[in-house]
Every structure is written in structure tokens, then in C-alpha cells.
Design a protein around this ligand. Structure first.
Ligand code: FNR
Length: 367
């Protein structure tokens, strides 16, 4: 599927996406909150970590397979939940889910996906998929989403906890751009029987208003997580942890995994970069809970650094979304390129397996 797209560097993927997309859509994807300090820090801090490779260790047989929340994946990465994917390509999540499925890479469906979780499940067959919950202001709707995910072959629930409300997104304000306001990302709500019972939706504007009023939940606490833990047998992954105390609480409240993430710098600007947050969390909870990581990952060497610092696996955000500008083929090319790059980086680091990567192979430069 990806054979006709020639090699592209991460910068080139971004440039091509910028050419394809209108300004509002591209900047919605690319930008961060506030002055974008955290957006930049995610990438810059990764560069401050350097790999100190070992040599003469027979790296002829490389194995980059990894378990990701119960799924045996061929690569140590999955595609992050990203909403509104039809702003990038008319096929949106259907294209990226097909690409993920073609390579057996886990795909995470956002609550605000452009297609419903049922429609996406249908194109994925038995391929691995998870559902990401933006916990609505109404618990009954939250539970209905979880039930639908269970019924449609989603094998974990990612609860995003860094978004009790939307961050301060200056670029989108300037562009007057928010996909929901244009009627995007309503699919999961409009297919939800509980939501439809509660909302009066006779035209698109009603739907937008009704969904917008329920989309986020500023009252969320750890007690909600405890409640959800009692409602479902699926693994619960808490996405959006950067404080070690919260990582410990996630363990205490029954999470099976966490995602060390600052939402790609889109929520609290000035917050710690993901990679700088990782070591202290690893120190406190490694082994007690699976640790996923995202934020700023653009290259195979970034993947190696995060894994060496203790992440079990990685989520790709913007990188695959830029690939999606070229539809399914673009996402497939991003996946296959990154896989190859991870393999080479692992071998040149002097290791042959993901789990052999230890913090001793990275060093932080202070200048
Ligand atoms: C996101 N992210 C996100 N997270 C989430 O839990 N639910 C969502 O619906 C979305 N939507 C979304 C849209 C866009 C356009 C972006 C760029 C990001 C955050 C995403 O899952 C992930 O945490 C970051 O994208 C990781 O950072 P990088 O890889 O983009 O640097």
C-alpha cells in the first residue's frame, strides 16, 4: 500500500501535510497551547538525551516486538488517539485504522473520532484496537461508550485525564478554528443510545451544542476511576500523567497502564516535557504498571531514548497524522519507515531486543 510513496523525513511529512491542508486544519494539528513552550520542550528535551552506544555485540538478529497493553505488537509503538481525522483526509480514521491493521499496530480511537467506534471496528477485523475516553459530564454516557467499546472488540480503555477542559489554544483562537464547531467529531455521540435519549438533536447545530456541553468533565477525580474500575474488566490506561505522585495514585486506583504524556503540548503550556517527566515516574512505578510514553517522538532514535529511560512502549501522535494527509498509504509508510529506523537504531545502540534497553545507554547533556 505504501510502495508508491518515497522515503520522507519527519520534517518532510510535516511539510507535505502543510501543503495539503488548509491553514486552520494544519495549525490545529501542529500547534500547542499558549506560547508553545511545552510543545517545543517535548522535542528539544529529547535532543538533550544522547545515546551512548555499545559495540562488538553481534547485532545481526534484531527483535523489536513488544507487548502493548496485552497486545503482542510487531513494533514498540501504537497510534495515539487523535480526534477529528477527517480534517486531514476524507477517509480519516478509516484510513489510519486500516493502515494500523495492515501492520498489526494497535490503533486508539478517540472519543471525538470522525467515524464512530463501530464503523472503525468494522474496517479493522480482528486487528488490535483500544478506545480513548474523554469522560463526558454525564457518567451514564461514559459507561455507554465503554460498553460499546467492549462490544466492538476494543481491548482497553484509555482514560485521558489531562483534559478536564480544553487548553488555551492561541493558534486556534486566531484562526477561529475548532473542528467540533464545524460539526466534526460527533460520530460517537450521534451513535450513542444513551446520549440520544438525553439530548434533543433535530439538526446539526443542536448536536454540536449538546455534545459541546457534555464533552469534558471538570469534576473528575480519582473516585471516578475507581468507579470505572468496578464497571469493566477491560484494562484501564490512564493517559496524561507527568507527576510521579499521580503515577502512584494511578496504581493505587487500579490502572493497568499509564501514558506519560502532556497531550503533545496542547493542554498546560509551561508544563514539564514528557521525556523529562519520565525518569522519576519510572523510578516510582516501573513494574507495578505498564508505562507508555508520548510527546515529540519523530524518529527511531527518539523511540530508543524513551524506551531506554523506562517506557515500555510509545504512542505516535502528529507523525502519523501528517502521514494521513496521504491517506492509508501515507500512514503505512510512516509505520514501516519508523519500524526500520527503530531496528537500525536498536542495533547501532548495541542491543538486539527492546527489553534489553536500559538507562545506561542514554546520558543527558546539560549545555
Ligand atoms: C491529540 N491528542 C489527543 N489525545 C487524546 O487523548 N484524545 C484526543 O482526541 C486527542 N486528539 C488530538 C488531536 C491532535 C490533532 C493532536 C496533535 C493530538 C494527543 C495525542 O494523543 C498525543 O498525546 C500527542 O499527540 C503526542 O504528542 P506528539 O507525538 O504529537 O508530539
Amino acid at each position: 500500500m505504501s510502495g508508491n510513496i518515497h522515503f520522507r523525513s519527519p520534517e518532510e511529512w510535516e511539510r507535505v501535510a502543510k501543503d495539503y491542508l488548509d491553514k486552520g486544519a494544519f495549525e490545529y494539528i501542529q500547534s500547542g497551547a499558549g506560547a508553545e513552550e511545552t510543545l517545543l520542550a517535548n522535542v528539544r528535551s529529547l535532543k538533550k538525551w544522547t545515546i551512548v552506544p555499545r559495540v562488538l555485540r553481534d547485532v545481526s538478529a534484531i527483535d523489536v516486538t513488544q507487548r502493548i497493553v496485552g497486545v503482542k505488537a510487531p513494533v514498540p509503538f501504537a497510534l495515539a488517539p487523535v480526534g477529528f481525522q477527517t480534517i486531514v483526509h476524507p477517509q480519516g480514521e478509516l484510513a489510519s485504522a486500516r493502515a494500523a491493521a495492515a501492520h498489526n499496530v494497535p490503533f486508539i480511537v478517540s472519543t471525538v473520532s470522525s467515524y464512530s467506534l463501530e464503523e472503525i471496528a468494522e474496517v479493522m477485523g480482528d486487528s488490535p484496537r483500544f478506545f480513548q475516553l474523554y469522560w463526558p459530564s454525564d457518567d451514564e454516557i461514559a459507561l455507554s461508550f465503554v460498553r460499546r467499546a467492549e462490544e466492538n472488540g476494543y481491548s482497553a480503555i484509555f482514560v485521558t485525564v489531562d483534559t478536564p477542559m480544553l487548553g488555551w489554544r492561541e493558534q486556534d483562537k486566531q484562526n477561529q478554528y475548532f473542528p467540533l464547531r464545524n460539526g466534526q467529531g460527533l460520530g460517537n455521540y450521534l451513535a450513542d443510545p444513551v446520549f440520544l435519549q438525553k439530548a434533543t438533536v433535530t439538526k446539526t447545530e443542536d448536536a454540536i451544542k449538546e455534545v459541546a456541553s457534555r464533552l469534558f468533565n471538570a469534576t473528575l477525580t480519582w473516585e471516578h476511576l475507581k468507579w470505572l474500575r468496578a464497571q469493566t474488566k477491560l484494562p484501564i490506561v490512564v493517559k496524561g500523567i507527568v507527576h510521579p505522585e499521580d503515577a502512584k495514585l494511578a496504581v493505587e486506583y487500579g490502572a493497568d497502564a499509564i501514558v506519560v504524556s502532556n497531550h503533545g503540548g496542547r493542554q498546560l503550556d509551561g508544563s514539564i516535557s514528557s521525556i523529562d517527566a519520565l525518569p522519576a515516574i519510572v523510578e516510582d512505578v516501573k513494574g507495578e504498571v505498564e508505562i507508555l510514553f508520548d510527546g515529540g517522538i519523530r524518529r527511531g532514535t527518539d523511540v530508543i531514548k524513551a524506551l531506554a529511560l523506562g517506557a515500555d512502549s510509545i504512542l505516535l501522535g502528529r507523525l502519523f497524522v501528517y502521514g494521513l494527509a496521504n491517506g492509508q498509504a501515507g500512514v503505512e509508510k510512516v509505520i514501516t519507515q519508523l519500524k526500520e529506523e527503530v531496528e537500525i537504531a536498536l542495533a547501532l545502540t548495541g542491543e538486539t531486543k527492546i527489553r534489553s534497553l536500559q538507562s545506561g545507554v542514554v546520558r543527558k547533556v546539560t549545555n
